[in-house]
Design a protein around this ligand. Sequence first.
Ligand SMILES: Nc1ncnc2c1ncn2[C@@H]1O[C@H](COP(=O)(O)OP(=O)(O)OP(=O)(O)O)[C@@H](O)[C@H]1O
Ligand SMILES: [Mg+2]
Length: 227
Amino acid sequence: MEIPAIKFDNVWKIYRMGAVEVPALKGLSIEIRRGEHVAVMGPSGSGKSTFLHLAGALDKPTKGRILIEGRDPNKLSDGELSMLRNKYIGFVFQTFNLIPRLTALQNVMLPLILRGVDGVERVKRAKEALERVGLGHRINHRPTEMSGGEQQRVAMARAIVTDPKIILADEPTGNLDSASAAEIVNLLTTLNRDLGITLVVVTHNPEAAAPARRIVRIRDGVVYEGN
Ligand SMILES: Nc1ncnc2c1ncn2[C@@H]1O[C@H](COP(=O)(O)OP(=O)(O)OP(=O)(O)O)[C@@H](O)[C@H]1O
Ligand SMILES: [Mg+2]
């Protein structure tokens, strides 16, 4: 039987804030197959980002079982968890999360430094990733010297430079004008189609969700449609 890219089995995530418990996921189950393109939609506060964090091994569930490419984050140490992230996952965020004082090339090389890839190889792969997102001519620009759409493309180059199996994008078009948003959506869709990368996009934007083959709707910490 094929191993799913992401599997959640009755997953709870309860944030503790002092004496108060905030349940963000309340028994969420989902299976995302390898190579799928899924859009995740739902009201603000319904648990979408929490879901994405757990799916990307940025955090562990309070209860229930998660498998990411067949591995259970609850059985891994923090070090093993960051290895799992570095090896399998690329993240794209609404606010790009680039390091301001570094150039595009240096930002994209960062995950390779974590991996111990040597200098020459690092530059080569980072340049290739930037070319793939159409930014071969901007490699020495810093984030402040680029448009929002360009910054998001740098973030995408950073996400793909490690050849991840899964890309998790949280509102990737949320800070972009509609033309730049359309470019980012096309680029993500192409990465899924051409490279077979499993793609999960959280979005409020119906146009960003439209190319997905499956739309999963989350409400109040559970999937209520799309399973
Ligand atoms: N670190 C945290 N500590 C405490 N509560 C949190 C934390 N992160 C999220 N929450 C709470 O968990 C619930 C789900 O939050 P989450 O960020 O997953 O929602 P969302 O669906 O991504 O919303 P949005 O569309 O506004 O981004 C919310 O009630 C939120 O206040
Ligand atoms: Mg969110």
